[in-house]
Design a protein around this ligand. Sequence first.
Ligand SMILES: [Zn+2]
Length: 141
Amino acid sequence: MSRVLSFSTDNEFAKQLEHLIHQSGYSNRSLFLRDASLHFAEAQRRGELVAMDDDVVLDGTIVIYYQHGVENKLMELRHSHEIEVISFHHNCLTDSHTCVDTMQVRGDAHSFRQAIDKLNNTQDIDKVNFIAAPMRDNGCC
Ligand SMILES: [Zn+2]
């Protein structure tokens, strides 16, 4: 079931909004406004990982691009008691000449910051991304 909501704004912002929607690759204004609202509310509520309180617990995904030889360092992370690794996947990206590990993880903000700093300071780890799961008060799981 959907519901129509409306809001008023000045003409200049209305034009900017259409431009933002187009630039973002959205073809549906309602979906853009929904996603923008959810992202904004989450940023206001929790902020980015760097600014979160140490004890904030979150789910997320860590993506680590690296060259062979650092698997032991990644195994340390997978067996860490600070961060719970729920699932783990490895792929060899032959066009990029890079390995990538993707991990679904749960832990507190302090532990994630420490782990990511450690990974970023490890030789032959080329790129580390952490994507926090959107925080919902209720949902499918
Ligand atoms: Zn590989």
